[in-house]
Design a protein around this ligand. Structure first.
Ligand code: PEP
Ligand code: MG
Length: 538
């Protein structure tokens, strides 16, 4: 038995089988390969495997996601079988005497760069498909352990060096018992996703340590991982799992009861979600509404922008399922650690300080307007509100409102049903927004304080960097004063203020936030009942 100590980033305990997966770009060195015939044969064999993988993915996607998603895999197959693409590889192997891997890697790069340089936007957007298709071929050639939903058996503890939000979303969550990674901080979006999926996660563990064991334990409370645990340790953890189940059952008695303090202060407890797949947890934990729908997750793990119709259907599903309860849809917060290749955002030195969230929406209003149309249209089917992320100035808010008005006029002119009086709020997640919250409050219907980014920007501490986690302290007085200031300014202007960052679920601060006057706390569904218990005992 080996006992490893890492960092706990999502609570829970899993006893399961380990699965090691590799993520990220594959780096291939230029290597001489004299026998061109052998290399070309290897490429062809890999191509055969890639094609059968893509066919299987395509029919699986057709059943579970629909024709459009399935089409992506057929498109990848067409790219790999394209004669120009294959001729490039063959030619390189023969004339430059390089390995099949190297030729495939260069072909992927070369063709995606050519696509990116094209005038036609549609073709430019296909660059990501070329990269992806070539990546699949390369992963087979380099015998990398790739995955798709079908590669992870039930009850797997997934080990990886690092998981991006896209990696996490692509996995079949029903089969993942826990995540164990070497990189990733508590407030990285992959960790946030793990918490909202209710999957235990530990970081700071070298995934290679897993070796060839058949059983592991991941303890998402203490940040411990046991490789090949002894029987008595397994027994101890089984007992702990039973206790946790009992505790959960006790919390069930709080369902249907309001979060109200002894002195009568009522706080709304809402859920943070990424999409319709989280609705089950929202119901199971009796959330009173949705305080943050991270809409950007719908843009990840796909090859192209979702259409207005697709977005509309998703928002409508969420709104109808919440049956009149408030649903706050945040407009897309892509950028920084949430990347989608088809946005074609240039590499940045400081992505968290770069082209992100509302900045992208204001610079590319055509993308923004499609989303706003979908939100406003879906608004006709429930109690919707829209919220804008990463605000730093009054100018941005006024520009957003101008675009929103434009969208409303267009929908009206087209005779399409929508919610005209939809509430519009902003996230207070930059120090600038908190400092000018008195001015911003006069412009919007509500505030929602994003403590994850507010902490990172106030303390100049990257939320992703585990090496400086001791400096990333959301309880720092500077952060708390900004939260207090924003809530007071909201109330002076007669609007409501909620908190939707991870801090909203931190039991150490529940009383502080209630005393500051927070009207609503929004969190991963699983924390709602424990926080309700604290508030009711205040
Ligand atoms: C936040 O920054 O606190 C927040 C809720 O948004 P995200 O974590 O998605 O950046
Ligand atoms: Mg944020």
């Amino acid at each position: 038995m080996i006992k490893l100590k890492g960092r706990a980033v999502s609570e829970g305990i899993a006893i399961g089988r380990p699965v090691f997966i590799e993520t990220g770009d594959i780096k291939v060195k230029r290597e001489k390969a004299e026998d061109s015939l052998v290399e070309w044969r290897r490429v062809n064999e890999a191509l055969g495997k890639a094609v059968s993988e893509l066919d299987a993915l395509s029919s699986e996607a057709k059943d579970s996601l629909g024709e459009a998603e399935a089409g992506v895999f057929s498109a990848h197959r067409a790219i790999l079988e394209d004669s120009t693409f294959l001729d490039f590889i063959k030619d390189m192997i023969e004339t430059e005497k390089v390995s099949g891997e190297y030729a495939v890697a260069r072909a992927g790069e070369n063709f995606s760069e050519t696509f990116l340089a094209m005038e036609d936007e549609y073709i430019r957007e296909r660059a990501a498909d070329v990269k992806d298709a070539a990546g699949r071929l390369l992963s087979i050639l380099t015998e990398r352990k790739t995955w798709g939903s079908r590669h992870i058996p039930e009850g797997s503890v997934v080990f990886a060096h690092e998981l991006t939000p896209t990696d996490t979303l692509q996995m079949n969550r029903k089969n993942v018992a826990a995540f164990v990674t070497s990189l990733g901080s508590t407030n990285s979006h992959a960790a946030i996703l793990a918490r909202s999926m209710g999957i235990p996660a530990v970081t700071g563990i070298d995934p290679e340590a897993v070796g060839k064991t058949s059983t592991v334990i991941a303890d998402g409370y203490e940040g411990l991982v046991y490789i090949d645990p002894e029987e008595d340790v397994i027994e101890e953890y089984r007992k702990r799992q039973k206790e946790l189940l009992r505790e959960k059952e006790e919390l069930e008695s709080l369902k249907g009861k309001p979060a109200v303090t002894g002195s009568g202060k009522r706080v709304l407890l809402y859920a943070n979600i990424g999409g319709p797949s989280d609705l089950e947890a929202v119901k199971a934990n009796d959330a009173e509404g949705i305080g943050l729908l991270r809409s950007e997750f719908l843009y990840l793990s796909r090859e192209d922008y979702p259409s207005e119709e697709e977005l509309f259907q998703v928002y409508r599903t969420v709104l109808e399922s919440m049956a009149g309860k408030k649903v706050i849809i945040r407009t897309l917060d892509i950028g920084s650690d949430k990347k989608a290749d088809y946005f074609n955002i240039a590499e940045e030195e400081n992505p968290a300080l770069g082209f992100r969230a509302i900045r992208i929406c204001l610079k590319r209003p055509e993308i923004f307007k499609i989303q706003l149309r979908a939100i406003m249209r879906a608004g006709a089917y429930g109690n919707a509100a829209v919220m804008y992320p990463m605000i730093t100035s009054l100018r941005e808010v006024r520009e957003i409102k101008r675009i929103a008005e434009e969208v409303k006029s267009e929908l009206e002119a087209e005779g399409i049903e929508f919610k005209r009086d939809i509430e519009q709020g902003i996230m207070i997640e930059t120090p600038a927004a908190a400092i000018i919250s008195d001015l911003l409050a006069g412009e919007v219907d509500f505030f929602s304080i994003g403590t994850n980014d507010l902490t990172q920007y106030t303390l100049a501490a990257d939320r992703q960097n585990t090496d400086i986690s001791e400096f990333y302290d959301p309880c720092n007085e500077a952060v708390l004063r900004l939260i207090d200031m924003a809530i007071k300014n909201a109330h002076t202007a007669g609007i409501k203020a909620g908190i939707c960052g991870e801090l909203a679920a931190d039991p150490r601060l529940t009383e502080t936030f209630v005393n500051m006057g927070a009207d609503e706390l929004s969190m991963s569904p699983r924390y709602i009942l424990p926080i309700r218990r604290i508030i009711r005992s205040m």
